[in-house]
Structures are given as structure tokens and as C-alpha cells.
Design a protein. Structure first.
Length: 187
């Protein structure tokens, strides 16, 4: 067996998942090592709650292991994992129905560079939380996970053109939230 997990293609890994228990476990470890950092980051950015993101992250791999079948699965493993995580995140958000008001995040600045950077980061993170999920998700997939518009379209079940539009609109919405608050902090 190859030693470098990056040298395995998704097709090879999926075939290995259907082999012996030892081969399936080996392939699963490679898949986990290869895709867990991005998947964990996706869950954190979508949910913005470490404990909930950890639960969804783990459940995603459990469901992947239970459902994977190379004969039925034609796309990328990353896309399949993101789709599972996305559905779990949507279910979690639907169950909570939490609405976050901008007034809860009144930020103050004291002029320290490091502190200012942290405040700006928090402002951006808050703005990301405030935009609708249909815009937030494509933006997170594009900027943080480096997915193409075609991959985003596959995960979100939309057209690539619609993926482009949603990323553009998400940036506009974040800018509209940040600008007044940024001016308020520095004036």
C-alpha cells in the first residue's frame, strides 16, 4: 500500500472502502486525515459554536462511513462530506431557530493594534453570522474551503452561476453590515 495519503485518488479510496475490513479502515483513516481539517473548519464557520461543530463534524464521518458506496457515489469525497455536514448543520440550525441581533455585538476600540485586529475579526465573524444561510454557505465554501463555483453548485444543489451570484451578494451583505460599524468604531 502507498505511504502518502495524498497519492490516493478519491476513486481508489472509495474502492478500498468496499474491500476487506482492514482495507476499509485504512482507507477511512486516509480520508479522515485528508479531509478532516477543511470539514472541521467548515462546521466551525457555519455554526460558530465549537461544541456543536465538533458534534456535527464527528457525526459527518460516522454517516459517511455508513453510507459510502463507490457504485452509487460519483462525485468527490470532499463534496460528499460537505453535503452530509451541510445537511446536519441545516437540521441543527432549524432545531435551534436562533436569531442574533447586531445590537448584541456592540464593539468598542481602545486603539491597540492587536486589539483592533481582534475587534475587526469579530466584526467580520458577526457579519458572517448575520447573513442568511443561503448566502453564507457559498461564501464559506469559496473563501475558506477554496471550492470552485461548480463544486459549490454541487454541494448546495444550485447552478454554478447561482453560486457566483450568492458569493457576490454575500460579500455585499457583509460589507453593508461592516461599514457603518467600522466607521462608528474609528470615529
Amino acid at each position: 500500500m502507498k505511504k502518502d495519503y495524498l497519492s490516493y485518488t478519491d476513486e481508489e479510496l472509495l474502492r478500498m472502502m468496499e474491500g476487506s475490513k482492514q482495507e476499509a479502515d485504512f482507507a477511512f483513516r486516509i480520508i479522515y486525515d485528508k479531509y478532516s481539517p477543511r470539514l472541521h473548519a467548515y462546521c466551525m464557520r457555519i455554526l460558530n459554536n465549537r461544541e456543536e461543530a465538533e458534534d456535527i463534524f464527528q457525526e459527518t464521518f460516522v454517516r459517511f462511513y455508513q453510507k459510502v458506496d463507490s457504485r452509487q457515489h460519483q462525485g468527490s469525497i470532499q463534496g460528499f462530506l460537505i453535503t452530509i455536514a451541510r445537511n446536519l448543520c441545516l437540521n441543527s440550525k432549524r432545531d435551534k431557530r436562533e436569531m442574533i441581533g447586531l445590537e448584541e455585538f456592540h464593539l468598542t476600540m481602545n486603539g491597540e493594534d492587536e486589539h483592533e485586529q481582534k475587534e475587526i475579526f469579530n466584526l467580520i465573524r458577526t457579519a458572517l453570522e448575520l447573513i442568511e444561510f443561503e448566502y453564507r454557505e457559498p461564501l464559506v465554501l469559496r473563501l475558506y474551503d477554496g471550492m470552485s463555483y461548480e463544486e459549490i453548485a454541487e454541494v448546495c444543489n444550485i447552478t454554478p452561476e447561482n453560486a457566483r451570484k450568492r458569493v457576490f451578494r454575500a460579500k455585499q451583505k457583509i460589507k453593508a453590515i461592516i461599514e457603518p460599524n467600522y466607521r462608528e468604531m474609528y470615529n
